[in-house]
Design a protein around this ligand. Structure first.
Ligand code: AMP
Ligand code: GLY
Length: 429
């Protein structure tokens, strides 16, 4: 098969890595890719939002499967574009259509969907500029902390958690006044859930589905989970506090009702669903849906999938997933993200990266990198995701940190405390 992956992060490098040895693979392309993807695939200078350009490339190279990495092209309707085009409609594409992508693209849509199909989630109400006063009044009926979410995509910055009622009321006004443009012209206010977070990933062909290894990511820039949110500073899999019985509960209370809901709404879905969950006591609640894989979660999930990943995706695209089995590597995996100095605020790019070649077993997934004059240089806030296996999460993390010692670029930064918060669960187990 000729395969095209859209995207340029660690997630897309991990996907390319995951299918590089598949017996089904003929040619693998990544658009636009990064310095890492160019080692396992051919990079193509195409923007994932340039649907016409993608069409031309797919036709020219006889691409049979397109895997959409990030959410923007899905929310922008790339799947609808493919299904509605006579030349493209037979091409397999991984990702939901525009309506289903609203599960991620609109918090209000996702909350209404969960309520309709009895998927456990925090109580909520949505407000618009015309109902600002009602929203400020609704806040007084809740207890702190107050959770405010811009309805639309806001580059991961659209969720505000505030302790003070007055501040929350002011924040609601700022959001509705257009702090995030159109994305915050509607705001979801919801109850705060106190618990521990984790994520579960499913691939579905609309009928059948498979649960992939679960993961936990580390969102904050600072050690001890402090400072601003980032795209993700690392991830671990499996999640120490997630037992097989808890997965069964998530399956029964969340995954099955979600897939039934999609069916009842007549929404086809061939792709990934990422369930961002909060475990409150022993009960799972959905914090958010994403219509794609997570980054950096993919950098631990795919290394733990022993089955032929391309075969799974092919079956997902063609409705034959029920015939597949997902074999999981029993080892733990961890990934530590190396970021540019200053990230997630302002940072510089173009720093030369050295130490990428090594005999170590660690896998260095590239996130923001590119090749410039035969050197690999940084090209984003998140630069590399260094993944290792281990018998336990601890061992996997030790191996990541050892590998990181040998990789250098000016201003390299990473969190040194990943997994420490999990020790209490591991000792109990
Ligand atoms: P999201 O962008 O929806 O993933 O939200 C960002 C982060 O805000 C989540 O990872 C949680 O840590 C936190 N969060 C979102 N909703 C809630 C909630 N209802 N209760 C507690 N924390 C929340
Ligand atoms: N790591 C969180 C995300 O991909 O949304």
């Amino acid at each position: 098969m000729n395969v095209l992956i859209l995207g340029s992060g660690g997630r897309e490098h991990a996907m390319a890595w995951g299918m590089r040895d598949s017996s089904l693979l003929s040619n693998l392309y990544v658009a636009p890719g990064n310095a890492g993807t160019s080692e396992v695939a051919t990079n193509v200078d195409l923007d994932p939002m340039d649907f016409k350009g993608i069409k031309k490339f797919v036709n020219e190279k006889k691409i049979e499967l397109v895997v959409v990495g990030p959410e923007a092209p899905l929310v922008g309707g790339i799947v609808d574009y493919f299904k509605g085009d006579k030349d493209l409609k037979s091409v397999g594409i991984i990702g939901p259509n525009k309506v289903a992508a609203q599960l991620e693209g609109s918090k209000d849509f996702a909350k209404a969907f969960m309520q309709k199909y009895n998927v456990p989630t925090a109580r909520y109400q949505s407000f618009e500029p015309s109902t600002l006063k009602e929203g400020q009044q609704y806040l007084t009926t809740l207890k702190a902390p107050y959770v405010l979410k811009a309805d639309g995509l806001a580059a991961g910055k659209g969720v505000l958690i505030l302790n003070d009622l007055k501040e929350a009321q002011k924040a609601l006004k700022d959001l509705l006044d257009g702090q995030f443009g159109e994305a915050s012209k509607k705001v979801v206010i919801e109850e705060f859930l106190k618990g521990v977070e984790m994520s579960v990933f499913v691939i579905t062909d609309g009928d059948s589905y498979k649960i992939l290894p679960e993961a936990k990511d580390y969102k904050r820039i600072g050690e001890g989970d402090t400072g601003p949110n980032t795209g993700g500073m690392g991830a671990i899999s499996p999640v120490p506090f997630c037992s097989p019985e808890f997965i069964d509960k998530i399956d029964a209370q969340i995954i099955i009702p979600t897939l039934k809901g999609l069916k009842s709404e007549g929404i086809p879905y061939n792709g990934f669903i990422f369930f961002g969950l909060m475990k409150v006591g022993n009960e799972p609640y959905v914090i958010e849906y994403n219509c794609r894989m997570g980054d950096p979660e993919t950098e631990v999930v795919i290394p733990r999938i022993k089955s032929d990943f391309l075969n799974l995706l092919d079956a997902t695209a063609h409705g034959t997933l029920s015939e597949q089995h997902v074999e999981v590597d029993p080892r733990a995996a961890a990934t530590v993200v190396m970021v540019s100095k200053g990230y997630p605020d302002k940072y510089e790019k173009g720093k030369e990266i050295t130490g990428l070649q090594s005999a170590s077993h660690a896998i260095v997934f590239h996130a923001g990198t590119k090749v410039s004059k035969d050197r690999v240089v940084s090209n984003g806030g998140r630069v590399l995701a260094v993944t290792s296996y281990g018998h336990t999460i601890d061992h996997a993390l030790d191996a990541c940190y050892e590998r990181i010692e040998g990789i250098h670029f000016a201003g390299k930064n990473y969190r040194k405390d990943l997994g420490k918060d999990m020790l209490k669960y591991m000792q109990k187990a």
